[in-house]
Design a protein around this ligand. Structure first.
Ligand SMILES: [Zn+2]
Length: 337
């Protein structure tokens, strides 16, 4: 009986999230066996809310926590099948074809608990996807393992360090996004964290998520043939000039979001950020930045995109705008400042 249900669900996912107008190289699959999203049902049919008296949107992406003051960087998806003890039985599936980049098998090492990060090198741009709070990771998967879309990569759970997720609120925390740097350890070493970095380049600090529901919705409506179209459609939040001789590795990883430097007579970059600080374009400055200029200068700021109280990127003092700590951190990570 279980197998029949399982195959039905998968069949549904593929027929409803089918590729149609999308490019044959880009396919997306829902990361859990729940067919609700594919069927066009509402939030309550798949999002795990943070408490019994909370709204289902507390499991969505954005400023959805602590009265809007706390950011949630992905989706929380609840299980559709539990055993007699209440433990989820849902398998977790790879959202896209990709490669295993990181596995954290030790729940106490991360607020993500047991988690796995895939990277999708054949996509434009090569996104990451992250699957957290797992009960188990499929045993033979390790760094470098190739995975195909909808392949089972783990089992849903409630693993976490610190804050305990109650069994009844077991869920998959699911993210899709961009990775800021290949040299995360350098940044980490400059900060005075009390514990060591156990996750190499795959710490949450170094991963910036986009809104998975918006991404899946566009795919489902056949208005997304490639992830780059989604990123290009995001509104600009802030444009920043950064004075540095450093060349970010972000440029090598995401060539379609960036322009390389063509001359060494160049001392900076212009970065465009989308919602909540996802970098959507990086290009070299056209003229040398004067020595007296600040290292970080806000060139443009779209106040419409910052009405929500969380993850603000700029702060206004008098008539001037300054980077928030969050924006400062993103720039430190991208440019090795
Ligand atoms: Zn979450």
């Amino acid at each position: 009986m279980y197998i029949v249900t399982f195959i039905l669900s998968i069949g549904l996912l593929f027929s409803n999230l089918g590729h149609g107008a999308n490019s044959p190289s880009f396919k997306l699959s829902w990361p859990t066996p729940n067919p609700a999203f594919a069927r066009g049902l509402g939030y309550s049919t798949f999002l795990q809310k943070t408490g019994p008296d909370k709204k289902f949107t507390s499991g969505a992406y954005g400023c959805v926590r602590n009265n809007g003051y706390k950011f949630h960087e992905g989706l929380d998806l609840y299980p559709v099948k539990r055993d007699r003890g209440g433990k989820p039985e849902d398998s977790i599936y790879a959202a896209m074809d990709g490669v295993v980049s990181y596995v954290n098998p030790t729940p106490s090492y991360s607020a993500y608990g047991k988690y796995i990060v895939l990277e999708h090198p054949k996509l434009n741009p090569p996104l990451y996807s992250l699957y957290a709070h797992l009960d188990a990771i499929t045993p033979n998967l390790k760094r470098g393992s190739t995975v195909v879309i909808a392949q089972a990569i783990g089992k849903m759970g409630n693993s976490s360090s610190g804050y305990r997720i109650p069994l009844e609120r077991s869920h998959l925390h699911f993210e899709i996004g961009l990775r800021l740097t290949d040299k995360f350890q350098n940044w980490y070493d400059k900060k005075s964290f009390s514990s060591k970095n156990r996750h190499e380049n795959f710490s949450g600090f170094n991963l910036v998520g986009l809104d998975p529901l918006a991404f899946y919705s566009k795919y489902k409506n056949k208005s997304l043939s490639n992830p780059i179209d989604f990123i290009k459609s995001l509104p600009t939040t802030v444009i920043v000039q950064v004075k540095t001789k450093n060349t970010p590795d972000f440029i090598k990883r995401y060539p379609t979001l960036t322009t390389p430097k063509t001359t060494s007579m160049n001392n900076g970059w212009i970065v465009t950020f989308g919602p909540y600080g996802i970098p959507i374009q990086i290009k070299p400055v056209e003229a040398m930045i004067a020595a007296k200029e600040k290292q970080i200068k806000i060139l443009k700021f779209n106040s419409d995109t910052q009405k929500k109280p969380c993850r603000r990127l700029t702060v206004q003092k008098g008539s001037q705008f300054f980077p928030t700590e969050q924006l400062q951190t993103y720039l430190e990570l991208i440019f090795g400042l």
